[in-house]
Design a protein around this ligand. Structure first.
Ligand SMILES: *Cc1c(COP(=O)(O)O)cnc(C)c1O
Length: 223
């Protein structure tokens, strides 16, 4: 499946008018196809699997900003800590502490988003409202966490034709985002609401997203 250049340009002009950023989700896509989008100017790419990410990072241009958007296991943080640009799926304090530890070893600060569970489906990762509250509280009182910066929230709405349902889930995430954006703590600096994929990015932007993660519209359906 070739890279859909027309779609890429269409989405790009739509989002740049609205100050929204696009992460091109390149999981399972070839290095050649990633390079095609890179040559059109795309710099933010998202991957779900650590092994695949490190192999691609190794051979692709070094100015790519790699986003980790999958479920990150604590024991794998060390493999990406040296270069990852933004980790979207942080769903526990334990994981955050490991990211902090590895970032410190690398002498850098790693930007993260806290993933919130907003869909009704069972399969999606993320924290619920209470867990989110606990994590933010823990961060606001723990001044040993200096090598991560929490830049906002990430969520995935239900895959559904029911537009109102999808909008409600997105609105809920936006409300949490607005709420926690007011909390002041050294490692919190909310700027990013990562919400919206190929099927729902337009709704997501209407509901306040400023970072969309788009795979199949750009690269074709994953086999
Ligand atoms: C795969 C994936 C995407 C992209 O999905 P598309 O429907 O192909 O745009 C976005 N976000 C996450 C977390 C993903 O795993």
């Amino acid at each position: 499946m070739p890279v859909n250049e027309a779609k890429y340009q269409e989405i790009r002009s739509l989002i740049s008018a609205k100050n929204v950023r696009m992460v091109a989700v390149s999981k399972v896509q070839s290095v050649q196809d990633i390079k095609k989008l890179y040559d059109l100017g795309q710099r933010d790419f998202g991957e779900n699997y650590v092994q695949e990410l490190i192999e691609k990072q190794d051979v692709l241009p070094k100015d790519i900003r790699w986003h980790f958007i999958g479920h990150l296991q604590t024991n794998k943080v060390k493999y990406i800590a040296g270069f990852v640009h933004l980790i979207h799926g942080v769903d526990s304090l334990k994981l955050l502490k490991e990211i902090n530890k590895q970032a410190k070893k690398e002498n850098r600060t790693i930007s993260c988003l806290l993933q919130v569970f907003i869909a009704q489906e069972e399969t999606k990762f993320g924290m619920d409202e209470d867990e989110l509250k606990e994590v933010v509280h823990a961060l606001s009182v723990d001044d040993t966490i200096r090598n991560v910066r929490i830049e906002g929230l990430m969520g995935m709405a239900s895959f559904s034709d029911d537009e109102q349902k999808v909008r409600n889930e997105m609105r809920y995430l936006k409300q949490l985002y607005d709420l926690y954006a007011q909390v002041s703590a050294p490692c919190l600096e909310f700027t990013t609401l990562s919400m919206g994929m190929s099927g729902d990015y337009q709704l997501a932007i209407e509901e306040g997203s400023n970072m969309v993660r788009i795979g199949s519209l750009l690269f074709g359906a994953r086999l």
